[in-house]
Design a protein around this ligand. Structure first.
Ligand SMILES: [Zn+2]
Length: 310
């Protein structure tokens, strides 16, 4: 009967492992630790390095306020109040109501919608900037996000500033179905207005940017930057693979793959982003005499690389 005891013991150990309590998402969020390539790493240590892993260079996801702190310096910017349309226009309910999801997302992120628009000064140039928070319902785009982007564009036009956007998110928000889809057209038309006014529009992809976000305003930048390793896609890898019925390269839909194929102009490390955006804007706006100097080796090199990429 020894084998019965052995099987019983094995069964008990499986049961013990299955019942093992794993930390919930909120417990992980409130913990001082997170994990990366070499196991646990202190969030404070990561923060000191702009939320980039010092070992593997993974650019960890950050929220818009953290992004603006990096770009402009801590709290050295002004957040603009964007219009919030009526919540839940379709009365959507699935496993829980959309209203409840919005409430949770607002409590969690301290934001009214996934997009924040701000203004600040970068390299002596006043810019209007926007960013998406992935923690707000996966960074998905609904009516409020659309309105925020349009507001940011209009603000940039009224004040004659460049518009810089850091998109992320899985696409249009299914809880607002056609209303969210209409946002793709609306944001595209808004960006066209920016271009009619000859104002630079820069995009910097962050991980992950997908679906309708990639298929509208996020792909229309005059210069398309990306953070290293960002996933940039329209449909998911498995859907594409099933459609084309062939093996896709391992780096398919990564920023590096898109750079090779001309959808991304430059991949920029987070610690160089401020400098690179400032430099590109100076070139586009012809504002900085130093930038126009032929003796400035770095600028000439950057202009050449950018021309080649585009
Ligand atoms: Zn790492």
């Amino acid at each position: 009967m020894n084998w019965i005891n052995k099987i019983k013991k094995f069964g008990q150990s499986i049961k013990k492992n299955i019942n093992k309590k794993f930390p919930t998402k909120s417990e992980r969020d409130s913990s001082a630790w997170t994990s990366c390539c070499k196991g646990p790493i202190l969030k404070s240590e990561l923060e000191e390095n702009l939320f980039v892993c010092p070992n593997c260079n993974k650019h960890h996801r950050i929220n818009p306020r953290q992004r603006f702190d990096i770009i402009f310096g801590k709290n050295n910017y002004e957040i603009l109040k964007t219009p919030i349309p009526k919540d839940d226009p379709l009365g959507w309910v699935d496993t829980k109501s959309y209203k409840d999801r919005l409430k949770e997302a607002r409590n969690k992120t301290n934001q009214d919608c996934a997009v924040i628009i701000a203004k600040g000064i970068l390299n002596s140039v006043e810019i209007t900037v926007g960013a998406t928070n992935f923690d707000f319902i996966g960074g998905s785009s609904g009516a409020a996000e659309t309105e925020a982007i349009i507001y940011g564009v209009q603000y940039a036009i009224d004040n004659q500033t460049p518009f810089v956007f850091f998109p992320c998110g899985g696409g249009q928000r299914m809880f607002e179905s056609p209303i969210a889809l209409a946002g793709m057209t609306k944001t595209t038309l808004a960006i066209n207005e920016l271009k009619k006014n000859n104002l630079p529009y820069l995009v910097c992809f962050t991980d992950p940017t997908a679906g309708g976000i990639t298929a509208s305003f996020a792909m229309l930048g005059d210069i398309q930057f990306s953070e290293p390793g960002a996933l940039i896609a329209f449909a998911g890898r498995r859907v594409v693979q099933a459609t084309v019925k062939e093996e896709l390269p391992l780096d398919f839909q990564s920023a590096e793959f898109l750079l090779k194929h001309g959808f991304v102009d430059r991949i920029v490390e987070r610690n160089s982003l401020t400098k690179e955006i400032g430099l590109i804007l100076s070139i586009l706006l012809k504002k900085n005499s130093e930038v126009n100097s032929d003796n400035n080796e770095q600028t000439s090199e950057l202009s050449t690389q950018t021309r080649e990429a585009s």
